[in-house]
Design a protein around this ligand. Structure first.
Ligand SMILES: Cc1cc2nc3c(=O)[nH]c(=O)nc-3n(C[C@H](O)[C@H](O)[C@H](O)COP(=O)(O)OP(=O)(O)OC[C@H]3O[C@@H](n4cnc5c(N)ncnc54)[C@H](O)[C@@H]3O)c2cc1C
Length: 506
């Protein structure tokens, strides 16, 4: 049995791998090299962390505590740093007898000597290695952006350090921060915008392509979202225009950003959320195969081309549910991939049935979920709508290849009584819905049914299509026609890491 396990990175894939290894191997040494100074944390609720220190939210918290003296302050009113540590902080490593090396980034891997060399020159031996180093923010090479970053006027929003850097500028009397420009409209740009709005900053978001949240939307859903971000979020959203150059005043302060053909948009602060790159450079010069412009290639055991090296999470390129080897940089894939890598490192040959290509984001309290791709090749679209939910399904040969759903699902619409379930299960479903209806979840529990249709590759009959068009997705006739069982309602949030760590399995 392998006696030295080494892991590079300390995100969810690592935490899960540690638990999986320890299930079968209590003797092996486990060493984790982490670039950052923190135990495992979830970046998903970074906006809530960003709000935590804002004067408006501090006031809201004290008011809430005065009115509810015996209750815990809800996460929607901000999360302190330790609230992000989803595995409970340092105790997790002690419990699993792990040697966690904080602030010790790996610099290179030597597979012939089976060592990893850290930036500080220290060498770490391994019998089995897991590369779970995630991805790094991509700094778009436009003139002036790197200078703005170095001056503390342009920030990423991927890590605790990034969020702290934004908060530091917001608090600094010597740096203006009343107006922000956010580059990119993906989940990270949206999280950052929410933090900034929580501090009452004027926000302009600039997106290069013609849809916001482009991986999850098409033009219709993007239009709904964009309007919501402007009216409800109070921000300005510009699509089909790219940031071209960062411009400074004579005194070195930020003047603004030249954007597409719109000219200068004045701002005091920039968020760069235009993309990220997997940290595959760690494999340079090794026999670990990396896809061109992709991630570290792994098989269904999360094993790389080197039989003693595994990879999982945002840095890896793994099989999805339909058997394509792709990168899907989402929390549930990191969790499942890490766990499977851990089992295999411990000598238990467990197989990954496939990554989930579905995501859920809460945009200024409007939940949006998407599965498959709204931009996948399709020959038919169905739009269904009821009072709370709008859904668009994209079909090819009557099979769902993607969906986008916007809105919430109410518990009373579930008609749980119809199922005659044991009380324990009813409570489980009610809990999932309760989470979904406040700011801690994404209100997307019901949308598990759409993902179920996608995953099943079910051929939709005309009758099924009519029910979807009628927006009748939660009626009894819909459920019986599609043979949806009650667990499909709760499956999506269990597997998709929507914001708020109570939603994540601990
Ligand atoms: C703001 C934000 C919101 C998100 N919201 C959602 C969401 O709602 N739903 C969802 O499904 N996903 C979401 N994600 C994505 C999700 O967080 C990631 O998919 C997940 O964290 C990836 O996990 P990972 O284990 O690959 O590692 P990561 O979480 O990426 O962590 C990588 C780790 O590796 C370390 N590292 C990097 N380089 C080195 C090195 N050279 N040596 C040592 N250590 C190194 C880093 O410090 C870090 O600890 C969000 C991400 C962000 C940033």
């Amino acid at each position: 049995m392998a006696s030295k396990m080494l892991i590079i990175g300390n995100g969810p894939a690592t935490a899960e791998a540690i638990e999986a290894i320890r299930k079968f191997n209590t003797d092996a040494s486990i060493t984790v090299l982490n670039k950052e100074p923190w135990p495992a944390y979830s970046p998903c609720p970074l906006a809530l962390y960003g709000w935590n220190e804002s004067p408006e939210y501090q006031e809201a918290r004290s008011e809430w505590s005065e009115n509810h003296p015996d209750e815990r302050v809800p996460q929607m009113l901000g999360i302190p740093r330790e609230g992000l540590f989803w595995k409970g902080g340092m105790a997790f490593y002690e419990r699993h007898n792990v040697d966690l090396r904080l602030s010790t980034p790996a610099k290179s891997i030597d597979t012939s000597r089976k060592v990893v060399i850290a930036e500080n020159g220290e060498e770490f031996e391994w019998d089995k290695l897991l590369i779970a180093a995630g991805a790094t923010t991509f700094w778009v090479p436009i003139p002036g952006l790197a200078e703005a970053r170095d001056k503390g006027l342009a920030h990423a929003f991927k890590t605790i350090e990034d969020a702290d850097s934004v908060i530091a500028q917001l608090r600094d009397p010597d740096r203006a921060s009343a107006r922000a420009l956010v580059m990119g409209s993906g989940p990270i740009g949206i999280e950052a915008s929410e933090t900034l709005r929580g501090w009452d900053v004027d926000v302009t978001m600039v997106e290069l392509v013609d849809t916001v949240l482009p991986v999850m939307t098409d033009q219709d859903s993007s239009d709904i979202l964009k309007e919501h971000m402007e009216t409800h979020g109070g921000m300005r959203v510009i699509t089909s225009q790219g940031a071209k150059e960062v411009v400074f005043n004579d005194d070195g302060s930020l003047k603004g950003v030249e954007v597409g053909d719109l000219g200068l948009i004045e701002c005091d602060l920039i968020i760069n959320s235009a993309g990220q790159r997997p940290n595959t450079w760690l494999c340079d010069g090794t026999d670990i195969e990396v896809a061109e412009r992709g991630g570290i290639l792994v098989d269904r055991n999360m094993r790389t081309s080197n039989p003693d090296v595994f990879s999982a999470g945002d840095v890896a390129q793994f099989y999805d549910v339909v058997g394509l080897q792709r990168m899907i940089p989402l929390w549930p894939n990191a969790v499942v991939g890490g766990r499977i890598a851990g089992f295999n490192m411990a000598g238990k040959p467990v197989v990954n049935k496939g990554g989930i290509d579905a995501n859920a984001v809460n945009v200024f309290e409007l939940p949006i979920a998407a599965g498959g791709s709204p931009k996948a090749e399709h020959d038919e679209t169905l739009i269904g709508q009821n009072a709370d939910t709008w859904v668009k399904m994209y079909l090819k040969d009557s099979i769902v290849v993607g969906f986008t759903a916007i809105g919430t699902v109410r518990e009373e619409e579930l008609n749980l009584d119809a199922y005659n379930l044991p009380e324990e299960q009813m409570a489980e479903i009610r809990n999932a819905f309760a989470r979904g209806q406040n700011r801690e979840g994404a209100g997307l529990e019901g949308n598990g049914i759409f993902y179920t249709l996608l995953r099943r590759k079910q051929v939709l009959s005309d009758e099924m299509k009519d029910l979807i068009r009628l927006g009748d997705f939660r009626s009894r006739s819909f459920r019986s026609l599609f043979a949806i069982d009650q667990h499909d309602f709760v499956r999506l949030p269990e597997r998709i890491g929507v914001r708020g760590q109570e939603v994540y399995p601990r």
